[in-house]
Ligand binder design. Structure first.
Ligand code: MN
Length: 282
């Protein structure tokens, strides 16, 4: 397999000023990663120009990800909130394009939070309609949009690969793909192989993280099963390592993800370990 290997920027930093940009992108490139995933926590205040300069200088690709909030939830019954969400996604797409990225994914379809009720009757269709528009804009920029199914404590709308596929079928966009994540699959899927096979060519991006989101290889996720299934479908896409610890924090994202524990302090050691683990198994 010759997949691009990526690393999430939150391994290095919880903010995105010039020094963070130099450090996160430089450190990822130095360890041999091909891709860095940059969370667009606030696309309205994102320094795309400098990010692109540093990506190009380090010869590494950037991809972007984000999750929506209560104020921008496109699955909401409230049309003003849906409109805010559509605007935010449009801005995020613009930033993705400006850094020369070909991929934007994450919890783009709902808020990233623990909902206290199941989705409303219209939630799924509300979200599909806005994502369809986003995909049409993205198509002109040659950008792929990814829907990341997350566990039940982080969204009520798409928790499994099959739900993401149902969404894609309704949206009818060929630049919309499934973005799986081993951490969430461990909670919501019956196994790792079946959802990967079910996605087939619709699988466009993959997060690998342990069940505790700490050091790769020190939890109980069955990565052998995951990578065997990827081989079965000849998956050519990016595989990105995602890990979170209370030592590197973005207040909004880390709290939404429930990052309460210190699982590591040394970003470089964690990333180096992940890279050699990925090289040995992929
Ligand atoms: Mn993920």
């Amino acid at each position: 397999m010759k997949n691009h290997l990526g690393i999430h920027a939150l391994v290095w930093t919880g903010s995105w000023g010039s020094k963070d940009i130099d450090f996160a992108i430089g450190s990822s490139a130095k360890l041999g990663f091909n891709v860095i995933e940059i969370p667009l926590l606030n696309p309205y205040k994102f320094n795309a120009e400098y990010t692109k300069q540093v990506l190009d200088f380090n010869k590494i690709k950037g991809v972007t990800s984000l999750g929506l909030s209560d104020e921008t939830d496109i699955s909401s019954e409230d049309s003003v909130i849906r409109e805010n969400g559509a605007k935010l996604l449009g801005k995020a797409l613009e930033m993705t394009y400006q850094i020369g990225s070909k991929y934007m994914g994450g919890v783009l379809y709902s808020a990233l939070k623990k909902y206290d009720a199941p989705p409303t009757k219209n939630a799924f269709h509300n979200s599909v309609d806005i994502i369809r528009d986003l995909c049409h804009k993205a198509k002109k920029m040659d950008i792929m949009i990814g829907l990341e199914p997350v566990n039940r404590y982080e969204s009520n709308l798409i928790n499994t690969a099959s739900k993401a596929l149902e969404f894609i079928e309704l949206a009818e966009c060929n630049n919309l793909c499934v973005h799986l994540d081993s951490y969430h699959m461990n909670i919501e899927e019956s196994n790792y192989r079946d959802p990967i096979l079910q996605c087939g060519e619709k699988l466009g991006y993959f997060h690998i993280g342990e069940n505790h989101r700490g050091y790769l290889g020190r939890g109980h996720i069955n990565f052998v099963e995951i990578f065997s299934a990827m081989k079965e479908i000849d998956y050519q896409g990016t595989v990105t390592f995602e890990s979170f610890s209370s030592s590197i924090v973005d207040p909004h994202l880390s709290n939404a993800l429930g990052v309460w524990r210190n699982l590591w302090d040394d970003s470089n050691d964690l990333a180096k370990n992940a890279k050699s683990y990925m090289d040995s198994i992929i």
